[in-house]
Design a protein around this ligand. Structure first.
Ligand SMILES: *Cc1c(COP(=O)(O)O)cnc(C)c1O
Length: 423
């Protein structure tokens, strides 16, 4: 039996209807932007394996750091103990995070980073004796699949089975071009009518919604409204963090700063699951008390795993090299050139680019569903052509590893253009 058939016997895959889905492709090896399956077919990983892998597969620098850490101190509990990799990582993050971020809390994945942020927002007001229990989020937001993160997420088929079981979340429209006013007004309205503890948002780019983008000025305005009304702001940078938008964080484009930030995905260069939620000193101090009940009683067994910290430190090192910064600028320039080339294509309605993120929307007669026929046709076409892209409805986006070569990127563009012919 090949791997694919053996997989079928025991494994349940994420976001998969096993009755109708094609069998998964078994990948045996990766290097740079390339992956090879069990039949040695080559693929270009044009979405950096769900946005986690900017520096390339099987990266030697990160692998060496992990090996060294594994053979020094692989893990130690983080309750009552600490270790150098976590301390150095915190110090390095302080150098690059917005200056108001002073404390970091470790967890395992993007959803737990969000879970921690939402719990902190709610307990912050509980500790102060104020009744504020509503969370504000954008329409079509994605913040993860655990319960609070799912409650904040607005993409319906992820959450429909659980409606009525969530914490209180109210939604406002995303301030995309032309709808800024509606978004600001909705925020004012929501704050007036609910006891709002926090506002969680994907800064500048909503990834899972199909790389929906909005302007920094609008985000500044929304944060400002929250600050005026004592609503905590949570920037979910799980997707946007570590260079994807062309700056280290999407929040580097804005002048107001959020109270909390959620980091994961590219944090460890796509190697070891790890996440971080960051906080202002003010938030930390509301939990800092003689009273043990005011503490944050949240933790995960593998909190601040030293091997994960070592992978994150090596990743940060790579991100900050001139070579990697040049790669980000190069991919951005190529995206802009492709955008120019493709935007007037009769089947393309809109295109957008920020940093290494490119997206185009394909003209459709009716609205295309998230995992609908058009999406599946496109997905299969890309796979046949050795390109890993996961369209969202009628939206095709590219978010490659920063180290993708010009030739590989060119091939991705060519296959995307060819795909427009088959729809
Ligand atoms: C992927 C993602 C999450 C969830 O992260 P997981 O590691 O999959 O739990 C949360 N927020 C955003 C913005 C994401 O893109």
């Amino acid at each position: 039996m090949n791997l694919t058939e053996r997989d079928k016997k025991n494994i349940w895959h994420p976001y998969t209807q096993h009755k109708t889905a094609a069998l998964p492709i078994a990948i045996k090896r990766g290097e740079g932007a390339l992956l090879w399956d069990e039949n040695n077919k080559e693929y270009i990983d044009a979405i950096a394996s769900w946005w986690v892998n900017p520096y390339g597969h099987s990266n030697k620098v990160i692998a060496d750091a992990i090996y060294k850490q594994l053979t020094t101190l692989e893990h130690v509990l983080f309750g009552g103990f600490t270790h150098e990799p976590a301390i150095v990582l915190a110090e390095r993050l302080m150098d690059i995070l917005p200056k108001n971020q002073q404390k970091i809390f470790f967890s395992d994945n993007g959803s737990t980073a969000v879970e921690v942020a939402i719990k902190v927002a709610l307990q912050y007001f509980f500790n102060k004796g104020e009744k504020k229990t509503t969370i504000i989020a954008f329409e079509n937001a994605f913040h993860g699949d655990t319960f609070a993160a799912m409650a904040a997420s607005g993409i319906s088929f992820y959450t429909q089975a659980f409606q009525g079981m969530f914490i209180d979340v109210v939604r406002i429209p995303v301030p995309i071009k032309g709808q800024e006013r509606a978004s600001f007004d909705a925020l004012h309205e929501v704050i007036k009518n609910h006891n709002c503890a926090g506002f969680i948002f994907e800064p500048l780019v909503q990834g899972a919604a199909g790389m929906v983008m909005y302007e920094p000025e609008s985000l500044d305005k929304l944060i400002q409204i929250c600050q005026e009304n004592k609503v905590l702001t949570i920037a979910d940078e799980v997707m946007t963090g570590f260079g994807k938008t062309g700056k280290t964080f999407a929040c580097d484009y804005i002048s107001q700063k959020p109270d909390m930030m959620c980091l994961s995905k590219a944090l460890t260069g796509g190697t070891i699951p790890m996440a971080i939620t960051t906080f202002t000193q003010d938030i930390f101090e509301v939990f800092y008390d003689e009273d043990i009940n005011k503490a944050l009683f949240h933790g995960h067994t593998f909190t601040a795993n030293p091997t994960g910290c070592a992978a994150a430190l090596a990743s940060l090192y790579l991100l900050q090299t001139q070579e990697m910064q040049d790669n980000i600028a190069r991919v951005n320039k190529r995206h802009l050139a492709f955008q120019k080339h493709i935007e007037s294509h009769p089947k393309v309605t809109t295109t957008r680019v920020l940093g290494v993120i490119f997206a185009l929307e394909i003209q459709t007669e009716s609205s295309a569903s998230y995992y609908g026929t058009l999406r599946n046709k496109l997905y299969n076409f890309f796979i046949e052509n050795g390109i890993i892209l996961r369209p969202v409805g009628n939206i095709v986006y590219i978010l490659p590893p920063y180290i993708i070569t010009d030739e590989q990127l060119q091939k991705v563009y060519e296959v995307v253009e060819k795909a427009l012919k088959i729809v």
